[in-house]
Design a protein around this ligand. Sequence first.
Ligand SMILES: Nc1ncnc2c1ncn2[C@@H]1O[C@H](COP(=O)(O)OP(=O)(O)O)[C@@H](O)[C@H]1O
Ligand SMILES: [Mg+2]
Length: 448
Amino acid sequence: MKTRQQQLKDLLADRVMTARELTHELAVSQPTLSRMISNIKNEIVVMGKGRATCYGLPKNTGHEHARLPVYSIDAKGDVHNYGQLTPLQGGQYWWQSHTCSGEIFHHLPWQLQDLLLNGYSARAFAHRYGDHLKLSPRYTDWTEEDMLFASSRCGEDRPGNLILGEESLARYFDLVRNPPNMIEPANQTIDYPQLALKTLAREITPIQLSGEQPKFSVCLNEPGAPCQMLVKFSPASDSKEAVRYADLLVCEHLALEAIRIAGINAARSRLVITSNQTFLCLKRFDRRGIFGRLPVTSLRALHTRIQAPCDDWVAAATRLKSRGIITDNETAKLHWLALFSDMIGNSNQHFGNISFLPHGNEHFILAPAYGIRPTIYEPLAGEIPARLFTPPPLRKEALSELTDARQSAILFWKSAAIDERISEGFRQICFENCDILQLQEQKPKFHI
Ligand SMILES: Nc1ncnc2c1ncn2[C@@H]1O[C@H](COP(=O)(O)OP(=O)(O)O)[C@@H](O)[C@H]1O
Ligand SMILES: [Mg+2]
């Protein structure tokens, strides 16, 4: 028969419980429970204070006992305590931020969700660190727990300004002591092709950002203002597929410009073009100078926070507004971005492709737009499928942004149609899409 002590541990292995629940389940008095808890106090996690006190068991992750400190890096590169994460048995987490007493989560706390990588760089990251972490070199074999563990060991350069775990912090200090070589602006056309090759060959430390497009990071020695950039690149080839990727990178640059002209913040970008390769360089909005960092939160993490499904950007904006998380102004901007994306064939409107910056207490403003390009024209399995662009159906909730967003989409297609950095074939497609939107604009409208 199981001892009471074992019964207590079995209960806590399922979920966090209060003293009241435990005395009830174990049929013991409060003083008996207190004695039992005190006998195993080194094995359990005590959470909260007074009547709200809860008990749980720390997760035996197979990656050692885990109570993980979380640090934030400020705009000067200085380190601050941010909180402490304790993964618990039963899939819960005990999160103590430096500003509040503590909270129990049934999933990874939303504040830390963006520390988990996915996509191209996650695959490169697993390949690079799998052995060192005693994990599979294939990211597809990793669980969320494995990725969390990896973030706590080799997560020195994640998006935003948070660092999980002492080992990752030690790696951040290594970075500060041995910063990567600066790229001179005049050398970009020589250095970038080499860095692209090394990225594909997995010979350099992979950038710790999500997304499907291969990319690397550099510190660019801009006169008087060195800055951190991320660089996306097309394949170094004249194949149809490579040309299409190059065209789409130029389009991303033009789309960000069109967004900025419309008065919405977008990542600062620049194209570097060699004889057979295109590089899109984007200034990091979550970095300041060489070491400074700024906080960002993805739309996905904010949806975890409010426990809402990740459906579409228009609904998401309206939802965040109704919860008082963003203002009317930010809502209108996200509606605009959704419509603009629809009208430039950006089908990639997932919740990792929008981020927010904290603004005052509990509020957020949109981070600069990024990753917006006509993804419907992306090559598929090495082929360039013929795609027909059809103007998207109207979205009632965002109707007030329609005219403006369409004007900007027309401007975008027009600028792409005459941009000589884009191949002739694709410029023709841009020209036709511009026509389609202009025709739609001229259709008779109801004014009732
Ligand atoms: N300019 C930027 N500054 C900081 N972070 C960025 C910037 N652009 C993109 N990111 C981050 O990198 C991730 C991948 O970027 P994205 O442009 O979406 O790449 P992909 O085209 O591969 O999907 C984003 O989810 C975001 O976290
Ligand atoms: Mg993306």
